[in-house]
Design a protein around this ligand. Structure first.
Ligand code: GDP
Ligand code: CA
Length: 316
């Protein structure tokens, strides 16, 4: 069973681990790269790294990002030199990943190939693909005292803790990006396409925003099954509520389903999984041509993530 999963970082990685652990699945992850940033000259890909470290057993699971058993001495040294951008945690062990990636990109390798090379060490058990080899960056337009101002998504999220009211999310470079041959093949060849319970606006949104990708999914033979990242009106973790509010989508399992839309109406989904707490969404969404099922969605351990993956496989 070939399963292609659209994923961001934290929610995406945990869902991918569950899908990988279902016997007889062959999983390809199409991962958001619009959170990527250049820091101290290094290309940092937060979602790719979260997926790679999580699936490879190298993530700091308490913190939820970066490497286990991490130190931050290089960052201290950079701060001592007065280097800018000290708000982004750059761990010593993590730094090696960014050094390898940046060198390979400078040597002319595509991000797809660089990611495959990094994964040879981590053996994540799934094929990890960036959504595109082209640079795309999510910027957030915020209302400031003096008017409107745009900043990199990571600055809004990490530095400002998503406290500045977001008015708009813009994918800089998005219109010129192309899906890679690998992503196109993973969509066309899939037996099932899953939309992980990742942030709909800043993780799944940029993936679907790669020109041609939505059309490729619409044309794919495989059914498309989504998992709600919102349970009982709240994001399990992170800033999905703030992001959804900025784009005018209710932070609810039904709101996100309508945002993605039913495939027969030109939207994305054939099936949608909501939590038992949100079982009322099944009736709410009855006007859509969508199979809506209420199943436990909390991935609190590997067994619950695998159970969720099985529910996705059974949903169409
Ligand atoms: P990020 O790139 O690290 O922000 O991660 P993602 O976009 O992949 O995932 C963030 C989303 O995962 C948030 O909106 C959370 O609500 C959702 N999430 C985290 N843990 C769980 C879980 O156990 N179950 C579900 N259904 N969603 C989760
Ligand atoms: Ca992310």
């Amino acid at each position: 069973m070939r399963v292609t999963v659209f994923a961001g970082g934290y929610g995406g990685a945990r869902f991918l681990a569950g899908m990988r652990d279902v016997p007889d699945t062959e999983v390809t992850a199409v991962v958001n790269t619009a959170d990527d940033l250049v820091l101290h000259g290094l290309t940092v890909c937060p979602d790719l790294d979260t997926v790679m470290y999580t699936l490879g057993g190298g993530l700091d699971t308490d913190r939820g990002w970066g490497r286990a058993d991490e130190g931050f001495r290089a960052g201290e040294e950079l701060r001592a030199y007065g280097m800018p951008q000290p708000w982004f945690g750059l761990g010593d062990r993590d730094l090696a990943t960014h050094l390898v990636r940046t060198q390979m990109l400078a040597a002319g390798y595509r991000l797809t190939d660089v990611t495959a090379a990094l994964c040879r060490r981590w053996e994540p058990g799934v094929t990890v693909l960036p959504m595109s080899d082209d640079r795309v960056e999510t910027h957030v337009v915020v209302a400031d005292g003096d008017g409107r101002r745009a900043m990199h998504f990571q600055e809004w999220w990490v530095r400002h803790g998503a406290r500045l009211p977001a008015e708009e999310f813009v994918q800089v470079g998005g219109a010129a990006a192309r899906p890679t041959d690998e992503v196109a093949a993973a969509i066309a060849a899939a037996d099932l396409i899953a939309v992980a319970p990742s942030n709909p606006v800043v993780s799944i949104g940029p993936i679907l925003g790669v020109p041609g990708l939505r059309e490729a999914v619409a044309a794919a033979a495989a059914p498309v099954v989504g998992v709600s990242p919102i349970i009982a009106g709240r994001a399990v973790r992170g800033m999905a509520e703030q992001c959804l509010a900025a784009v005018g989508v209710p932070a609810s399992a039904a709101g996100v389903a309508r945002h993605y839309g039913a495939r027969s109406d030109g939207g994305l989904l054939d099936a949608w999984l909501v939590a038992p707490e949100d079982a009322a969404a099944v009736a709410d969404l009855a006007d859509l041509d969508l199979a809506v099922r209420a199943v436990p969605l909390l991935m609190s351990d590997p067994a619950s993530a695998t159970a969720l993956a099985r529910a996705v496989l059974a949903a169409p």
